[in-house]
Design a protein around this ligand. Sequence first.
Ligand code: BGC
Length: 754
Amino acid sequence: MLKKTAIVSLFTLISASYMAQNTTVIPVYLDESKPVEQRVQDALSKMTLEEKIAMLHAQSKFSSPGVPRLGIPEFWTTDGPHGVRSEVKWDEWDQAGWTNDSIIAYPALTALSATWNKNMSWNYGKALGEEARYRKKDILLGPGVNIYRTPLNGRNFEYMGEDPFLTSKMVVPYIKGVQSNGVATSVKHYALNNQEMFRHTSNVIIDDRALYEIYLPPFKAAVTEGDSWTIMGAYDMYKGQYASQNQYLLNDILKKEWSYKGVVLSDWGAVNNTEQAIHNGLDLEFGSWTNGLSEGHSNAYDSYYLAQPYLKLIKEGKVGTKELDDKVTRLLRLAYKTTMNRNKPFGNIASEEHKAVAREIGEEGIVLLKNQGNVLPIDISKAKKIAVIGENAIKIMTVGGGSSSLKVKYETLPLDGIKARFGKQADVQYARGYVGDIGGEYNGVKSGQNLKEERSPEALLNEAVALAKSSDYVIFVGGLNKADFQDSEGNDRKSYGLPYNQDNVISALAKANKNLAVVLVSGNAVAMPWVKEVPTIVQAWYLGSEAGNSIAAVLAGDANPSGKLPFTFPVKLEDNAAHQMGEYPGNKEELAAGKGKDQQNPINIKYNEGILVGYRWHDTKKIKPLFSFGHGLSYTTFEFEKAKADKTTMSQDDKITFTVSVKNTGKRAGAEVAQLYISDLKSSVQRPTKELKGFEKVFLKPGEEKEVTFTIDKTALSFFDADKHEWVAEPGDFEALIGNSSDAIKTKVKFTLK
Ligand code: BGC
């Protein structure tokens, strides 16, 4: 019999020799103890030319290949900024028909921006990133930060407004929140895609000062402060080159000036030239069909500009592999942060936290534009009967609008939210009032609603007016929707006014009942010819899954409105700078000559208005807006004490701090946004009257007072000197203006820059 110790040592011997035979050395690129750059170089050295080329372009509508032989996973992308898009077929836009791909829709980015609350941005990004992660996505196609130049842009609802500072501050936490899940963001659409009309067939002409001061800062913040791991090139042209293959935007500015180390991916079908795509900074090509613009061959991925045509050029010795290795290096770096990151969380969908995030952002983003006679909040003791009128009270808004369209687990409609909140105490009745858009399908996702209506417009209006007359409160819920030529990708709105005869309906309701609140669901400003007739106006945006609950909470006063406009509402379209001074939708003569119809005949769009965008224009030209940038009321009142500065003179490398006390002087808890604008009192160049350089949302109980401080340095005083190609702060006098809207400055402090 063998002794126990003998058995043990025999076992040790056998297992040791077994292990010795089977010990495989982990390749460096898979060795987590090695630095990422070393792993990247190792993976690169093991890849064939064909494998490298394969990584540079799509293999399906939303994915790109990894390196199967080396176990480097595919990248799966997904739209887009407000929720995780449903699964489509491999090579078609139709639904794949999965039953596990419904998600929570978060409020549109305009609503997020309107919260003026950076914490909300982080919550948004984190929750959305968790849903993307659970759905096994690696790259989220968003957020969008194109500046609001015209109220006609069909995609403004996906962006964050007209101000580069507000957008920059709001976008960074969103990015960090998403990426904390090991999911990359793809900030889009870089750059100058400020309208949908002619998006594939236009060339933007803009001076460097406007480019650097207005249109680039949010992208710069997204990549330098937010560290967005990817960025999406736009469709339009700048300096005659398409943005997704653009030497100036991608190489000179993004990769050189901003030292960007991440991945540039093209918008879907935005590439049309292999040489430019190789040399001008694009790393990863996506498309719709062969070129994305026309419906061509299916499974055409090998014909993409960064596919076989690139391989051919290399094989023929016409281009080297320097650019190729740089692109693959960037993609491998991205892989270690996403697909090959073993430390990322698992994510989750539709958790209670996610619903709460969606609801809170909705509540905080809603803007109370006007509230004469305090119609709101609804006084439940006086509200025996509440009339809800308007199509948007019953219309699903998460389906439609283009690539941001969603398949949701649920969407609480305004009418349902109002019934749930008030239905127990009051009789809530509904009348449609008008018929707008009865569609409810996008790429095969159906809203499931039947909005057909046989009755005549007169009958609908009469019914609504009769209901309004017999009610204690009237809540009109209208605005725009996600149908084509409304708030929707691919086209712009055709006019500034509300569609479907809503102006008449609103005027009739105003005559019928003085307790009227008009709630506008839209992502854009609209004309309000009835503004003086209507006591209360609420801007409610597209609020996603919790829309109805957020709206009801504000109507009831459960949530005290604290949203502020992220863009100006002009009285009329001609008051907007792009329409009065710039070019829209393009150069007039070229438009008349039929330019812009195809890529062979692009149209120029000159941004003549330069830096005077939004409130910068209205302030400087003294054109009174309908509602100003930064405007938004509350159910309580606030007072600003006189602001103080810690010094009166600062030097170029100094900082200056302004302190202001904000007090809630009303009877309800609420939040106010202290906004700091800087005015350059004398300058050698034209400067806007004032520019936003700081903001802080303060939550205050009744009677409570808090101090807000803003510290700035010379960057807040600078303009972009195009000749010197640098930011310049000119010595002289400045003024810090602090208030709660761009048109409500409460306190000012002068100071001097030496
Ligand atoms: C849009 C992008 C979107 C992509 C993928 C494009 O048409 O412009 O914003 O992410 O499609 O759906």
